[in-house]
Design a protein around this ligand. Structure first.
Ligand code: CTP
Ligand code: MG
Length: 224
């Protein structure tokens, strides 16, 4: 990564429907800080990340946070989908084709500095880029319409994708512009025909998705 710059995009424009909280989950306090502040901390801690774009629907809630004044952070407006929000983030950056873009969910508060370092080191010489992911460890069952087991699925080559996901600016913009109906950046990149690197991460870097995840995140950030 000698000649390329590194930028980060933190999509934070979702409504958090599944978490079912009164305000979007990324603005909930867990311990001393909000979920989005914990998510941003490892990105801010790296001197080689030039700028961080936080993509928002609710500017007001953001402006209430002390972190909103951080000199490395800029903001832009979110889109209707996560992929549109990331595209808006890319548009807010004056990056060049080969610069690296690190996309990290605002709803993932437990990413450690060392996991981020591990990802960036693992993809530094990779032509496409990659993401943190965990190999599926429980036995996988396929269900039928009645919620009973139809069969057991071979999990030996299955992974759960996390963020950060790290790709070059040009490739990511091209992929997300072409494939809008994707759940993450790597899906757009793989549909374009590129093979991203799976970098083993930790289960603790989970995404706050359902109500019970909030308590778990609270325990993990307090414990750490
Ligand atoms: N996100 C975004 N713009 C959207 C949708 C999602 O920036 N239009 C962000 C969320 O804020 C979150 C991340 O993408 O940080 C991961 O998405 P997800 O966990 O699905 O969050 P929500 O879409 O907010 O939750 P839900 O799907 O339950 O409504
Ligand atoms: Mg969503």
């Amino acid at each position: 990564m000698v000649n390329q710059k590194i930028y980060a995009i933190v999509p934070a424009a979702g409504m958090g429907m599944r978490a079912n909280t009164t305000q979007p989950k990324q603005f909930l306090s867990i311990g001393k800080h909000t979920i989005i502040e914990y998510a941003l901390a490892p990105l801010i801690a790296r001197d080689d990340i030039e700028k961080i774009v936080v993509v928002l629907n609710d500017q007001q809630q953001w402006r209430n946070l002390p972190i909103a004044k951080h000199p490395k952070i800029i903001t832009t407006q979110g889109g209707d989908t996560r992929s549109q929000s990331v595209l808006n983030g890319l548009a807010a950056l004056a990056a060049t084709e080969d610069d690296w873009i690190v996309v990290h969910d605002a709803a993932r508060p437990c990413l450690s500095d060392s996991e981020l370092a591990h990802l960036l080191a693992a993809i530094a010489d990779h032509p496409v880029g990659g993401l943190l992911a965990t190999p599926v460890r429980d036995t996988l069952k396929k269900s039928d319409a009645e919620g009973c087991i139809e069969n057991t699925v071979d999990r030996s080559d299955l992974w759960q994708a996390q963020t950060p996901q790290c790709f070059r600016f040009g490739l990511l913009q091209q992929a997300l512009t072409k494939y809008r109906d994707v759940t993450d950046e790597s899906e757009a990149v793989e549909r374009l025909g590129y093979r991203a690197k799976l970098v083993p991460g930790l289960l603790t870097n989970f995404k706050v998705t359902h109500p019970e995840d909030i308590q778990l995140a609270q325990k993990l950030v307090r414990g750490g």
